[in-house]
Structure formats: C-alpha cells, structure tokens
Design a protein. Structure first.
Length: 386
C-alpha cells in the first residue's frame, strides 16, 4: 500500500450497483408484463423520475354572467361564453371585450380563428362575432341542429322543420349574407363544413342506410357533385383539413373523403371504444378505450396521412380533452394534466390543480387552458419558470 493514497469508496459503489440492479429488474419486469398484455411499452414513468416536472397552476377565476347552460370556446386571444342570457367575451386577464344579451334554451358555440358563431339548438337565435363586435345577428327560419364556421368567417347553419324532419343547410359569407342553400328533403342535417377556399360545402346527414356525406363544389347548384355513404355506420363529425381534404371521424375509424366521394381509411380502431376526439389543424387526437377494462386505454395523435405521431397510455377516467398549439389538455377527476408535442406529461408537484365543479377543458396552446363548469371558469397553465 502506498501511504497518502485515498482508499476507493467501495461502499458507495456497491450502493450504486445495487440501485442500478433493482432499477434494471423493474424495467425488465415492466417490459415483460407490457408485452404479455399487449398494452405496449411506455417509459414516461421512468423519465419522470429523472426529469423535473413543471407544476400546473390555476389563475384567478374568470367571471362570466351569461346565465345557465354555459358553453365556452377559444377566440384566438380571448374566451367566449354563451349561455341562456346571451354571449360574453373576456380576454385572458378577465377584462370584458364584448357582450350581447338574448335568450337561448340550449346554447352552443363553434369557433375558428378569430370568429365564432353562437346558436340555440332547437331554437332560432344566431350571433356571429369576433372579440370586439357583432358581425351578424338574426333568427333562423327553422329549428337549428348545428352550425360551423371556417377560418375565413364563412359559416353554415343546419336546420330541420316539419314532421318529416326536412333538413336544410344554408351558407353565409363573412359578412353574414346568405349565398347558398341545400334542401335535404327527409335527411337529418347532422353537420356541415365549408372548405378553406370557400368553394365547397360538405354536408353530413343521417339516413336509414347509414351516414351520408355530400359535397357541393362551387356552391352554385343544389344538386351534389359527390356522395359518400358509410352503410350502417355512424359518422360523428366532419371537417376540412388545411390542405382542402375532408376528414371524417366515425365510431370505428378516421377517414379521408375525396372530392369525388371516394373514402380512404386513415386509422382504424373498431376493436376499441372511442372515448373522445380533438382536432387542431391537420392533427387528430383520439381517446381509445379498451373494452371491458374500466378506464384503461390510450391517447393517440395522428397526422393527416394517418401516421401515428405519439401514444400515451392511461388507466384513469378522462372527462374532457382539448388539443391546440401542440399541447393536449386533459381533464381528470382531480384536475388538469398537460401533454406536450412529444406527449410527455406535465405533473404538478404535490397534486394536480384544484378544479372542483369543472367538467370541460379548452386548450389555448402554449401550455394554457381554460377549465370550465356550470358556475365556474378558470385559467390553468404550466408554470415554465418553476
């Protein structure tokens, strides 16, 4: 032995070796269980051990006084609420920017970019507006079923009338002037969408044969240019992608509908139960549940080509989710969780944000969301500086 030489810290090395062995064993057991169960492998729990998480915080409550049955939407820099007594727009700091008082039995909202349309389901009231002014205000001729608005402010309203549930779809430009009308006869006008170039109307209606999508190119004649029929199936929603393709989501699959009426399956999930879905641009997020396994399932992010970008496994009940700006906001029983572009989860230190009486979450992008309920609305965000 050479005097003056430091003795190696054998005890510390043994402890590190023991910890590494235990961690390796845990990882191997996890992989084995995942492969046997067919659930797939996710290492988010492992990365959470070594990665400092950013806490989720709740800002002051936002005060909306528009009556009962409130619904909310993001208005590109502000929040709009529609209720039994009208509409109200607040900026993110809670300052009022717009208010209009009128009565609605079942308020509904559709927002896109900087404009929104508020309407009364089963009633006739319609308001189209941005954060500062009412652009169009009128009463529909028949009972409203649904409405939508595109990025340019063009909107469509779907109504029904008569004992035969005669469906009618009317298209308006960004000044609120009616330009085009389609009478579906006995078809139920479930939903409609206007293309980004304002040249095509797509109508989803439910028939005795299944879900039917008709497209009207040019919107200059009442007879459709193409038709797609999902025989015996239920299509839940349609929307145009930024490139002009039409996306349709059913209870079993995500589909792309061509202008000629041909359909192509992008992603199939007939062996799962669809718990919910969210859109942002060309990206779709699906909440797929395993049949007969409680709340076990996964969140899947899919691009416009049908490629799976990310997956996140979960065994907790999801009440609401919203995707915007690369951030997915998910409402669980004890608060809001955010997933970033890579579907890594942001957790709050010592428990998630307090969101009692909350039933919906609306992602605003950049790690910010509005959590809302019948009597409360609050801003929830990731504290990136913590």
């Amino acid at each position: 032995m050479i005097f003056g030489e430091k003795k190696p810290n054998i005890t510390w090395r043994r402890i590190l070796g023991f910890v590494f062995s235990i961690l390796s064993l845990v990882v191997l057991v996890y992989i084995s269980i995942a492969l046997i169960s067919g659930r797939g492998v996710s290492f988010s729990w492992l990365t959470n051990i070594f990665t400092r998480s950013a806490p989720i915080e709740v800002a002051e409550e936002l005060i909306f006084d528009v009556g009962r049955n409130r619904v909310f939407a993001d208005l590109d820099g502000s929040i709009v609420a529609a209720g039994a007594l009208g509409i109200q727009v607040l900026d993110y700091d809670g300052n009022e920017m717009l208010r209009d008082s009128f009565f609605m039995h079942r308020p509904a909202l559709s927002a896109n970019n900087s404009r929104a349309i508020a309407f009364d389901i089963g009633g006739t009231a319609v308001r189209v507006f941005d954060s500062g002014e009412i652009i169009s205000s009128f009463e529909a001729s028949n009972d409203i079923i649904s409405a939508s608005i595109n990025r340019n402010g063009w909107f469509s309203i779907n109504t029904q009338s008569g004992d035969g549930l005669s469906g009618l779809v009317r298209v308006y430009n960004n000044r609120g002037i009616a330009l085009f009308e389609v009478d579906l006869g006995s078809g139920y006008a479930f939903a409609s969408a206007i293309s980004p170039d304002n040249r095509t109307l797509a109508v989803l209606n439910l028939t005795a044969d299944g879900s039917r999508i008709t497209q009207y190119h040019g919107m200059n004649r009442s007879y459709y240019d193409s038709v797609f029929l999902l025989s015996g199936g239920l299509i839940l929603d349609i929307r145009f992608l930024p490139n002009g393709d039409l996306l349709a989501i059913s209870t079993d699959s995500l589909m792309l509908i061509g202008g000629d009426g041909t359909g192509r399956e992008l992603y199939e999930y007939s062996d799962k139960r669809l718990g919910g879905f969210a859109f942002d641009g060309g990206t779709t997020v699906l909440h797929l549940l395993d049949y007969g396994v409680g709340h076990s399932g996964r969140l899947v992010k899919i691009d416009e080509r049908g490629r799976v970008l990310n997956e996140h496994y979960t065994n907790r009940e999801i009440f609401s989710m919203s995707y915007s700006g690369g951030y997915l906001a998910v409402l669980l029983s004890d608060g809001v969780v955010f997933l970033n572009r890579n579907f890594n989860e942001f957790r709050e230190h010592g428990g998630r944000s307090q969101t009692a009486a909350i039933n919906r979450v609306h992602s605003l992008g950049s790690g910010t969301a509005i959590a809302t309920g019948e009597h409360v609305a609050m801003a929830v965000f990731i504290n990136q500086n913590s």
